[in-house]
Design a protein around this ligand. Structure first.
Ligand code: IVH
Length: 690
């Protein structure tokens, strides 16, 4: 938009408008550049916080001058009102799939077919990872993202533009020279491994059913009609092909990929042309182990003829192009017997089926348990007790049951029923909104749930009580010594102590240490306590946000649902859950009990013990390299506890950097910006630990 156009749309005076527009465009350019550095080059120059500040500034300006908002503004990635349905989109060029092979012989045969049919001696190929994601086609017109669609049946897909807009690695506007009028990059949307595991851990903490694997979770996410849900999930995109390109200038696949990369579309980092099939096979063999290091799940490699004119000559069969083939690695998989299905009761009552297996060797470890995720999964697999099942380990993810060999089913195989009561306490179960997947025990007093709640209460990121692990908790609860959370803090009272000492394996010194750890935990900052209360949807992160906003427990307990919803980072679901907890008898009772026994409930990050400022209040700190004693999570938690903020990248606003062994680019950056660098010992001194 030009200043003149903006003023025609009724925005202020011409001069003011031009000035605003200039500022808005400048901010957008800055944000786009940082998106590019972060998502494509993987070398951010500013911290997440500084990035958020830029985005906030832009958001405010756009709120002041709504006509300046354009669909390609970085603020438009948060998602909008839910759609009623996805519109169909006809692909300008059909979106085909590829034929899979599992053997090297198939690759040799493929190469021979290609050479014979072209009548040439040697072929240059490109090799790319085969990303286990969901195929999509993007469309840019004059460099602006206008539409994105799923493959569908190859001719017609679903218009999922609004969902794709929220994916930050998909540029909303391209940059650079010679951008074609129409450009359709095609590729995979995927959920990076590490983010997926972290996301699932958070879901577990918050009592939500777990996603089975990144691919299904990605597919499920892209099918959401409410793009705001998509915006909260860290999906990414990588290009591996193209649809329409007008005008069209390239002669080879790798040239197109290079050009896409230059325009800001994410591509694979090292695509090199390879001469002949032998070299290709070597690379494929080497990648089998290397692939574990990449951030996406890859189950194979895709071999493609590089020359585009040869692709045209080769053509396609009824289903697949003749110029490409996908080689899939055999997954690490083992067959064994399903002996039983146990039900695990989570801290919020979620019932999770777990397969008990005849022990079997899988990728170097003996596996005797595997997850079945939920009852929908059991029904999908049509699995029965006694069946021969395949277990697989995908990346670092826990083993899971993936297949059933029904031909081997014994006559006495037993069906696996959905529980109609809690297998632990016999209490009633219910199925909520997520009924198909999630069955819950509704008895708040269920001992299994209570044990899990205690486990989470005593956990490292919560009240951090050493010595209060699952075995001890079982003992304490089963013996009746601990009936409610507050009882933990009464274990030192004479009559309880006597009974505790009589319990098997509770030696005097270990009881001593336990009581000491329990006593120390009373001083934990409020956000850790909150994270340990098993309030649905409240994990460490939400607890931190709430504590920063309300400061103390009374203010939080008194907050209305609207006030809770008004907190940046707290959605309606979380607000409702927190409000409900603090207005329930059980919730209020827990707080009262803990207050009575002397749990501090203060936000010690604001005020240090002596009543002064917390030692790291207002400081933004980056940790890099390996430290002599503190783990990464540990030091970050310390920083937060002491009132500071742990950020991931160094900028001028970084207060100081804590560096250890093998500190890399962040240390260099700190030095070049003149940011102070200290070691672990100095850090501990500053927080008064040494
Ligand atoms: S090329 C004309 N390259 O795997 C076919 N596909 O199992 C163009 N996939 O349908 C596809 N990584 O959705 C290509 N590097 C890659 C890929 C890739 C993943 C997907 C794609 C394809 C499916 C086949």
């Amino acid at each position: 938009m030009t200043g003149k156009q903006a003023s025609e749309r009724g925005i202020g005076g011409a001069a003011e408008t031009a000035q605003m527009l200039g500022k808005v465009e400048q901010l957008r350019d800055q944000i786009r550049r940082h998106d590019y550095l972060y998502y494509i080059e993987a070398r951010p120059e500013i911290s997440d916080r500084d990035y958020d500040l830029l985005l906030d500034e832009l958001r405010q300006l756009e709120q002041q001058y709504p006509p300046l908002v354009t669909p390609d503004s970085p603020t438009q990635r948060v998602g909008g009102a839910p759609l009623a349905d996805f519109k169909p989109v006809r692909h300008s060029v059909p979106m085909l799939s590829i034929d899979n092979t599992y053997s090297e012989q198939d690759l040799l045969d493929f190469d021979e077919r290609v050479r014979n049919s072209l009548g040439v001696k040697g072929v240059t190929y490109v090799l790319e990872p085969k990303v286990d994601g969901v195929a999509v086609s993007l469309r840019y017109e004059k460099g602006v993202f206008v539409r994105g669609a799923t493959r569908g049946d190859g001719e017609i897909g679903d218009d999922i533009t609004e969902n794709l807009r929220t994916i930050k690695s998909i540029p909303l506007r391209l940059h650079g020279k010679d951008i074609p009028d129409v450009l359709e990059p095609r590729g995979e949307v995927y959920w990076p491994h590490k983010d997926f595991e972290a996301f699932n851990r958070k879901r577990e903490e918050e009592g939500e059913p777990l996603f089975a694997n990144p691919r299904n979770a990605t597919a499920g996410t892209l099918k959401q009609l409410d793009s705001r849900i998509v915006a909260k999930r860290p999906l990414r995109f990588v290009a591996h092909g193209f649809g329409e390109i007008t005008p069209f200038k390239c002669k080879r696949h790798h040239e197109i990929m290079d050009a896409l990369g230059k325009w800001g579309v994410p591509i694979f980092p090292h695509i090199q042309p390879v001469e002949g099939i032998e070299q290709a096979i070597e690379i494929i063999r080497a990648w089998k182990t290397k692939r574990e290091k990449s951030d996406y799940a890859t189950d194979g490699m895709v071999l493609k003829v590089d020359r585009l004119d040869w692709r045209d000559d080769l053509g396609k069969t009824s289903r697949y192009p003749r110029w490409t083939v996908a080689f899939k690695y055999e997954p690490d998989r083992a067959w064994t017997k399903l002996q039983d299905v146990k039900v695990q009761v989570g801290k919020l009552g979620t019932l999770t089926p777990v397969a008990v297996l005849e022990p079997v060797l899988l990728a170097g470890t003996t596996v005797s348990r595997a997850t079945l995720h939920n009852y929908e999964q059991i029904e999908r697999l049509e699995v029965m007790i006694g069946d021969t099942v395949a277990v697989e380990k995908a990346g670092e993810i826990i083993p899971q049951v993936v297949l059933v060999d029904k031909d081997k089913r014994p006559k006495d195989a037993k069906a696996i029923e959905r529980p109609t009561k809690c297998p632990e306490c016999g209490g009633p179960v219910s199925a909520g909104e997520d009924e198909a997947v999630c069955i819950r025990c509704m008895n708040f007093e269920c001992p299994a749930q209570f044990k899990e709640r205690l486990r989470s209460f005593a956990g490292r990121n919560q009240m951090d009580i050493e010595g209060l692990g699952p075995a001890r908790i079982k003992q304490l609860v089963d013996s009746g010594l601990v009936k409610e959370v507050g009882d933990i803090y009464r274990l030192h009272e004479p009559d309880r102590l006597g009974r505790l000492l009589q319990l098997e394996r509770a030696g005097e010194t270990s009881v001593d240490n336990l009581l000491k750890a329990i006593e120390e935990s009373k001083a934990r900052p409020l956000h850790r306590l909150l994270a340990g209360l098993a309030i649905p949807h409240v994990g460490v992160h939400v607890a931190d946000v709430l504590t920063r906003h309300f400061g103390d427990i009374d203010a939080l307990m008194a907050a209305s649902q609207e006030a809770l919803e008004g907190v940046n980072g707290v959605g309606a679901v979380v607000a409702e859950s927190v409000h409900k907890f603090f207005h329930s008898n059980a919730g209020r009772h827990i707080i009262q009990e803990l207050r009575d026994v002397g749990v501090s409930m203060a936000d010690t990050r604001r005020k240090a013990a002596g009543g002064g400022e917390a030692p790291l209040a207002g400081k933004s700190i980056v940790v890099t390299g390996t430290l002599p004693t503190l783990g990464r999570k540990e030091i970050e938690e310390l920083i937060r506890d002491m009132g500071g903020q742990a950020t991931s990248s160094v900028s001028r606003k970084t207060s100081f950097v804590v560096a250890g062994e093998e500190a890399g680019s962040k240390l260099d950056k700190a030095k070049s910006l003149g940011v102070e660098v200290i070691d672990e010992a100095e850090f501990l001194k500053r927080i008064g630990r040494k």
